[in-house]
Ligand binder design. Structure first.
Ligand SMILES: Nc1ncnc2c1ncn2[C@@H]1O[C@H](COP(=O)(O)OP(=O)(O)O)[C@@H](O)[C@H]1O
Ligand SMILES: [Mg+2]
Length: 250
């Protein structure tokens, strides 16, 4: 059981900008939730607050009753998460296989042989063939890099998967393939997941429950298919600016 609770979260910056201005949201165990909002609205700041990278100015974030603010339990708190970064964050000087092993070695105490076999299994499970295991990130396509980063994220067996703009930098076809892979992976692992994106099509495809962030507040939470019925002006504008619902593309 892994539940995430945002309780009246505030985050200000020194220039007086109120980036998060009272965020309250509950994400249930095994839920796939999406936070949608325009560029610059505070999505990455929210993710950094969730991970304890940025301190909160008010409110709290709880994961299974552990607070992000409790220094004594932070080790257990942070162990629950794995994140697929927007830019993949693979190490250029390591091969694809070494990248996946590296993440595991930080967390697991298995023998190098076991770590290697789990890393290989995870890479195969995200659709990468063994011929790419010994290549460097720069030698493979953006879509393959995304797959490798996903393999690294799931190899540590997290309770919560975070996806930051999972399709950015990918062409639409590859983006669709990656969305399908993420959806299948989350379903297979039965983990709680939170995705942040500005792309409504991605949100509609990945999940049925989403929240829209605007001016530091959540202006709408609900099923993506009900978004068009919401009377809030910003939600209507966001919905109509975002185009049509995407089709399964692989
Ligand atoms: N460390 C920081 N110091 C000051 N301002 C910041 C910092 N990080 C983000 N911001 C500001 O917070 C706002 C939200 O940024 P961000 O969360 O990155 O947006 P996005 O929704 O595109 O992910 C932006 O105006 C940004 O300039
Ligand atoms: Mg961002």
């Amino acid at each position: 059981m892994t539940k995430i609770v945002f309780q009246n979260v505030h985050k200000f910056f020194e220039d007086g900008q109120k980036v998060l201005n009272g965020i309250s949201l509950e994400i249930e165990d095994a839920e796939t939730h999406i936070i949608l909002g325009r560029s610059g609205c505070g999505k990455s700041v929210l993710l950094k607050c969730l991970l304890g990278i940025l301190p909160l100015d008010d409110g709290d974030i709880l994961v299974d009753d552990l607070s992000v603010k409790n220094k004594h339990t932070y080790g257990n708190y942070i162990k629950k998460f794995s994140i697929l970064f927007q830019g993949n964050a693979l190490f250029d000087s390591m091969t694809i296989l070494e990248n996946v092993e590296f993440g595991m070695k930080q967390i697991k105490h298995d023998s190098p042989k076991i770590i290697r076999s789990i890393a290989e299994e995870k890479l195969l499970s995200v659709g990468l063939e063994s011929r790419v295991f010994d290549l460097y990130p720069a030698e493979i396509s953006g879509g393959m890099q995304k797959r490798a980063a996903l393999a690294r994220a799931i190899a540590i067996e997290p309770d919560i998967l975070l996806f930051d703009e999972p399709t950015s930098g990918l062409d639409p076809v590859t983006g669709g393939v990656i969305c399908n892979l993420l959806k299948d992976t989350v379903k297979k692992l039965n983990v709680t997941s939170l995705t942040i994106t500005h792309d409504l099509k991605v949100a509609q495809f990945l999940s049925d429950r989403a929240s829209i962030l605007n001016k530091g507040q959540i202006v709408w939470t609900g099923h993506t298919r009900e978004m068009k019925n919401c009377q809030n002006d910003f939600v209507q504008e966001f919905y109509h600016a975002s185009g049509v619902i995407s089709e399964k593309s692989n």
